[in-house]
Every structure is written in C-alpha cells, then in structure tokens.
Ligand binder design. Structure first.
Ligand code: ZN
Length: 602
C-alpha cells in the first residue's frame, strides 16, 4: 500500500486523535497535503483543518520540514524517501458532520481526520484503527462500512479503501455500542445505537426492514451496496443525519426510539423512521445518482448546482411516502405530515422571493447560514422541493392516466446515471434531469418546471390533490403549537406576525415576519416584549392577550431592545390563513380513488 493511515484515540479526556500517514512515494518536488473544507451532503464550508492542532513529518529518520500553504493545505520539504506525517486532530463536534471523542465514544468522518495526498487521491489506501489504551476501553468495538483488511468484524485493526473518495465516505463509530442486524432483500443491514438507551431493537429492525425493502424494490434489485449500516448516536435531545454510500450517521433523541411496552407510532419515532428513510433513499439519490457538479466533488471549495431540489426535495418527498407505502403509517397520517410540510412553506414570505433553483444554488450562503430574516428571504429546497416533487408525481400520474409516475422517472435516471456510478459515473448534467422527466412522462413538462422551479408562484397543490380524492383547507393557525392538519376553526385569533421564544419576564421575538403586526409596529428580532396595554406578557398568555382586541385597534406594547426600554403602538391584525389541512374525500369518484390507490398503496 503506497498510502497508509494509522489512527489512534490518544487522549480521550482532551478529545484528540493522533494520525500517522505514511507516503511511500511523496512528490519529490515537495508533497502537498490537504483536508476537505466541506463534507458531501452538508453544503457549507466548515474548514475542518482548523481542528488540526499539530503536524510534523520525517523521512529517512530525519525531520522533514512542513510548511502551511493556506487554510487547508501543507507542503512537505522535497524528499525522495518515504515520508511519515504525524498530526493531531481535536475532535469534540457532537454532530454527524465532524469528529468526536470522549471517554464514552468516538466518531469520525474521514473528511475531519484523513489528510489527502495531492496527486495520489486515486491510490488505494490502508487504514489501521488502534484501540484506545486502558482497561476502561477493552469493550470498545468499531462500526463502519469501510472495507475490512486484517481487522475482524467489529474489530480494531486493518481496513482499506479504493481511493480517497471512498475513504471519506464511510464514517466510523468507536465504543461499547449496542448492535443488531437484519437482512433486506438478502442484503445484510446493521443497526448501531451509541449512547444510553433502551430501545426495542426487534421493533426497530422490523420497521427498518420494511423501509429498506420498499426502497430497494422501488429502484430494482439488487441493492447498490453489499451491506448497509444505520449508525445512530442517541442523546437527550438531538436530531440530524448525513448520507453515505453504504451507511448513514444519525443523531436521535432517546425518547424518540421505541420502547418495548410501547405500541403505535409515536410522533418522535415516526420522525426517526422518516429520517432513516430519507438517508437510505440518498443511497440512490445523490450518493450514486448525483448532479454532474458533484462528479467528482471538489472538496476545496463550494460546488454549485441548481438541482438540490431534486436531490434533497425528491428525497424528502419519498421519505414519508415510503412510510405509507410500506404500511407503517395510514394514508390519513401521511396527509397530516404533508399538510405540515405545506404549512411550513406557506408560512414564510421567503417563498415569494426565492425560487427553487435559486435556493439550490445559494444553499452555501443562505440555507446553511440562516438568520432571523430567513423566513422572509429564502425558501427551503427540502420542503418546497418535496412539494414540487409531489406536484410532479401527481401531474404525471394524472396526465398519463396512471400509466406513469415519478417512480418511473427515478428508475430511468437511476439506470442511466446512477446504476453504475462507482467507479466511473459522470453525474446528471443540469438540464438533463428535466429532459428525462418529460421523456418518461411522455409529454412536455417544460411549463411545469418553469413554474415549479423558476418562479415563486405557489404550487397548484389543492387542485392536484383533489383529483386524487384529497380535500384541502387553508385556515388560520389555531395556537402556537399548531403545525398543520385538518381542523375546523370557528373563531380565528389575532396574530403578532412573529416567531417567539419564552424569555424571563416577557416574550422574545426570534423572527419578525414580513407584513405582520410586529413588523408594522416597528419591533425587531431580539426585542423582548414585556407588557401589552400595561399588563405583563409571557409566552403562555400572548395568544390570549392579543385575542381580547378587535382587529384594527391600536394597543401600546412595552419592550426591551438590548437593555433599552421603549414602547410602540401595535395595530391588531387577524391571523392569516397560512395553515393547511388535508383529508381523504368521503366519497371520491372511481377515477380519483384509482389514482389515489396507485399513489399511496403499497
Ligand atoms: Zn437529505
């Protein structure tokens, strides 16, 4: 092996990994080493190199000087001998995107710990994972889909990768974790839970198997991986996931996992299964079927594509759709989730300013860098992208009278661009996605895509859904916790036009929405409202305090901006209709019933 990495958890209390990289044939002019500035799947420049706290090198038993070239590159002094580079990485990022190490567990993505050897990125590499020293760690195991070399299953020792791209696409969990396994369409799947938990593993396996088998069959057997690993870090309160070619790294809240005495699908567990479903679907859509802009990734800077709506939005559409098609939730439960997504999009004025292509292209500086004005300025390519996918699916089904669907589009794209991706795939050119969709649908979808992707006009959701036997309502929000779903509202309340958080002695405005009463009165994000008409406000009594006033009346409101007290007159506004409810039509036409069954049935 010309390149070899040896990784040792060296000081768990201080969160350090030591890495020794051996380069058999360094560039004689001075070998350049670099670390990615971002991790695929999370479109933000994160500068992982900032966590390298020490680096040195030697060749032929002598010190080899190392020069830092810029934020993420180093250069070794010229040598004709094999070089060994030693460096230390600080690992205390409890997310799925970085690296973490303490006395309980270790976790890393290769993008945080493995320096790339410039010019040798296509070379196969060897990796030795060294167990931490000490009795306290003798139960530690290794969970990763990195191919094993000498290492035994779940063991420390030798692993390998065909090239750098593969090396950084298999996250690694270290620790005394819980593990279980199942087969889906004959493919071994492992489930690893790290952290304190007492989940019902049998239930988890049974439900995940349904999801996996549905998706494997959707794209067609065989599955594109030889094995798959669901890695979950269980914490008190957390949520997140990142997709990889044969695994996913997830963070979940302990209470969201199913317990043995529990029956039914509690909302937290439904959300966890939705997350697993989402990341698993990425095993096809984005890990193999991917935009040409990511083939290959340029890990030294932002990679721009207008197609994130297709790779994240369509994945978001299929994540919950898989749950209903696999029989894990009912059609009405699915419609409730859909109504929540529709409400999320409807509630942000940003949907009228940014279209889906712009949202994709600007992910690096807008979606991944949200601030107090984001609801007014941007639209999510996840949520609106999922609704565009829904509209595309329903449009194709309706116009082809049930003969074709988005499933067919995805299968065709998969066969042409995803199927054989590793090692020689090229990715989908920007304009090709839409062309293939029209070809598969059998009619021209150009007008659909112009509307859905390149305009900010609202999507024709209600009209399309009604043809599938689904009634919709657009109604005012019922209370602060109302995320959407069918509800008869007899007496709509008044609305502040802001998102709020509880704050000692008042109500903090976290986001002030365009066109709302708070913005019109001159309040800003960060202001703490303390009294309305001279009476104390709290997050618990805000709705009631507003409800007592006729629309159009003016009420004095006292507030703090930073440490300065001020007051403004608030003109009372009614809550606008920004919340969707969906339900199955009681007596759908035979045509609608037929379309609906093909759309939602298993
Ligand atoms: Zn995703």
């Amino acid at each position: 092996m010309k390149l070899h990495y040896r990784l040792t958890p060296i000081d768990l209390a201080a969160h350090y990994f030591d890495i020794e990289l051996t380069i058999a044939k360094p560039d004689p002019a001075g070998q350049v080493l670099w670390l990615p500035v971002w991790i695929p799947g999370s479109y933000l420049v994160r500068e992982f190199a900032r966590n390298i706290v020490a680096i040195s090198a030697e060749a032929g038993g002598k010190v080899l000087p190392v020069t830092k070239l810029d934020k993420h590159r180093w250069q070794l002094a010229p040598t004709r001998k094999a070089a060994t580079v030693r460096y230390r990485v600080y690992a205390f990022d409890l997310s799925v995107r970085g690296a973490y190490l303490d006395q309980q567990r270790g976790f890393f993505n290769g993008t945080s710990v493995f320096l790339a050897v410039a010019g040798q990125e296509d070379q196969p590499v060897g990796v030795e994972l060294v167990a931490p020293a000490g009795k306290a760690y003798r139960d530690w195991e290794v969970a990763t889909t990195l191919p094993r070399a000498e290492a035994k299953a779940w063991g420390f020792g030798g692993y390998r990768a065909a090239n750098y791209d593969e090396l950084i696409d298999h996250p690694v969990e270290l620790g005394a974790f819980t593990r279980t396994s199942f087969k889906a369409c004959g493919v071994p799947h492992d489930v690893v839970l790290a952290g304190r938990q007492r989940a019902d593993l049998k239930r988890l396996k049974r439900d995940l198997k349904q999801i996996c088998e549905y998706q494997i069959r959707l794209f067609g057997e065989p599955a594109p991986f030889e094995r798959y690993l669901f890695l979950t870090a269980v914490v008190g309160d957390g949520y997140g996931g990142l997709e990889h070619r044969a695994s996913t790294a997830l963070i979940a809240s302990r209470d969201d996992l199913p317990l043995e005495h529990e029956t039914g699908l509690k909302p937290g567990y439904r959300q966890y299964l939705g997350l697993c479903s989402h990341e698993y679907f990425h095993g096809w859509n984005v890990k193999r079927l991917k935009p040409a802009a990511y083939a290959p990734y340029d890990l030294t800077q932002e990679n721009y594509t207008r197609l994130l709506w297709a790779f994240e939005g369509i994945t978001s559409y299929y994540d919950d759709l898989t749950l209903v098609r696999a029989g894990l939730i009912s059609p009405q439960e699915y419609l409730d989730l859909l109504a929540q997504t529709m409400s999320q999009v409807q509630r942000g004025a940003g949907r009228l300013k940014q279209n889906l292509e712009e949202a994709s292209l600007d992910a690096w500086v807008k979606y991944y860098r949200q601030d107090e004005n984001s609801p007014n300025a941007i639209v999510s390519y996840y949520t609106k992208g999922a609704l565009a996918a829904l509209c595309l699916d329903l449009t194709i089904r309706q116009r082809s009278e049930g003969a074709k669907s988005l499933d067919d589009v995805m299968r065709t794209l998969w066969q042409r661009y995803g199927h054989d991706f590793y090692p020689r795939g090229a990715g989908v050119p920007e304009a090709e996605w839409e062309r293939v969709a029209s070809e598969v649908a059998g009619f021209d979808l150009a007008a659909f895509f112009d509307h859905a992707l390149r305009s900010t006009d609202d999507l024709p959701l209600a009209e399309l859904l009604s043809a599938f036997g689904v009634e919709s309502q657009l109604r005012p929000i019922a209370n602060g916790g109302d995320k959407g779903g069918w509800k008869e509202i007899t007496a709509p309340g008044n609305a502040l036009g802001a998102r709020v958080a509880a704050e000692a002695g008042g109500v903090k405005l976290t986001q002030v929405l365009d066109g709302g009463a708070a913005q019109a009165a001159g309040f800003a994000a960060g202001d703490v409202l303390i009294a309305l008409d001279g009476l104390r406000l709290s997050s618990g009594n805000l709705d009631a305090a507003l409800a007592g006033w006729p629309v159009g009346s003016t009420v004095p409101v006292h507030a703090f901006r930073r440490d300065e007290l001020f007051s403004r007159n608030l003109t009372i506004q009614p809550a606008v209709a920004d919340t969707w409810g969906l339900r199955l039509t009681a007596t759908p036409s035979p045509q609608a019933k037929n379309l609906q069954q093909h759309w939602l049935a298993r």
